[in-house]
Design a binder for this molecule. Structure first.
Ligand code: SAM
Length: 323
């Protein structure tokens, strides 16, 4: 099985996955890293025992930092005809409460096929804090999307940020993507439910499996987007170069990419180096929002046991295509 994180010190995703997917009822010290392969086998064992992932999540008593509290989450009414498992919730922006969306967390049973054949399930675990920050940032700057074609890459099981663009901006088009098929099946259902509820400002919203390393996926959308965005996708050593390449090829000349991610060891720097080598001009912002900066300082001071800047504080990178 492939390793998601090769660098020492960049194992937050593996570690967080283990924290979130740990089975057997015991939790461990967060600083101890369990190999991802072992976590997958534990998960598979659980699947074979017909247990549900949410049972497992309930049993995890020690969780690390999980949110900048930018959205309030309430349970949404279950749809009578719904066949698939999963919990529908309503996400409402705390700072822009007129914007809300129905989401389904993909937390039903993971079947054996999902576990063994999916290349990456990190986007099926939760909405990661960087995605939440990107979503908030898109709402705050919704005017910049006017008449633009926008694509979210690696958006996971909700593509929350792309959804925020679609409900708030006079955007030309929004495409929500991820390389994981299960995640995109969930996103498709989320779009359908919100279309029925009349939530979108644009009717031109769609989803698709898009793998950064798949030539066909990328070439058919070459040069199509004014803005490409992604959150917490830089830690994958195996796919970092193809992510840079996909961003470059998907963007129009003078298009921009908006990328949020924590340092996670040296992974963000490695991404920046690759982006500069690919000819992007790069802006790197540590303080891009007063509320998030203040919350970050407070967490660092008051919760050093759960909050670690290296793993949890997303930086904002703006990549501009030169000509
Ligand atoms: C840590 S998750 C982030 C998900 C979401 N952006 C969030 O922050 O909640 C990384 C995402 O990248 C996707 N991914 C990983 N490698 C990929 C690839 N080669 N092509 C497309 N998506 C990929 C995974 O499926 C996963 O959803």
């Amino acid at each position: 099985m492939e390793s998601l994180v090769a660098d020492a010190g960049t194992c937050e995703t593996e570690q967080a996955l283990c924290e979130r997917l740990v089975v057997g009822g015991t939790t461990r010290e967060p600083a101890v890293s369990t190999p991802l392969g072992a976590a997958r086998w534990k998960l598979l064992r659980q699947v074979l025992r017909q247990k549900h992932l949410d049972d497992c999540l309930r049993r995890v008593s020690v969780r690390r930092f999980e949110s900048f509290n930018l959205f309030s989450v309430t349970e949404a009414k279950k749809i009578e005809t719904e066949e698939e498992a999963g919990t529908w919730v309503q996400y409402t922006s705390v700072f822009y409460p007129e914007y809300r969306i129905f989401l389904r967390h993909n937390n039903g049973s993971l079947n054996v096929e999902d576990v063994l054949t999916s290349f990456d399930n990190t986007g099926n675990v939760c909405v990661w804090p960087s995605e939440e920050v990107l979503a908030y940032y898109c709402l705050k700057h919704r005017d910049v999307f006017r008449d633009l074609a926008v694509c979210e890459l690696g958006g996971g099981m909700t593509c929350l940020a792309g959804l925020m663009v679609a409900i708030s901006a006079d955007v030309k088009e929004v495409l929500l993507t991820d390389g994981n098929e299960k995640a995109i099946r969930n996103v498709r259902d989320i779009i359908t439910r919100n279309q029925k509820a009349g939530m979108f400002k644009t009717q031109n919203i769609s989803s698709s499996v898009l793998r950064w390393d798949n030539e066909t996926d990328v070439s058919q959308l070459e040069g199509h987007f004014d803005i490409v965005m992604c959150a917490d996708c830089l830690f994958l050593d195996q796919y970092r170069a193809s992510l840079v390449d996909a961003i470059k090829r998907l963007l129009r000349p003078m298009g921009k990419a908006m990328v949020f991610a924590p340092h996670r060891g040296n992974t963000l720097n490695q991404f920046c180096n690759l982006a500069e080598k690919a000819g992007f001009s790069l802006q790197r912002h540590e303080n891009y929002d007063e509320h998030i900066s203040n919350f970050h300082s407070k967490l660092k001071k008051e919760n050093p046991d759960i909050y670690e800047e290296n793993l949890h504080y997303p930086l904002l990178l703006i990549l501009t295509q030169n000509g």
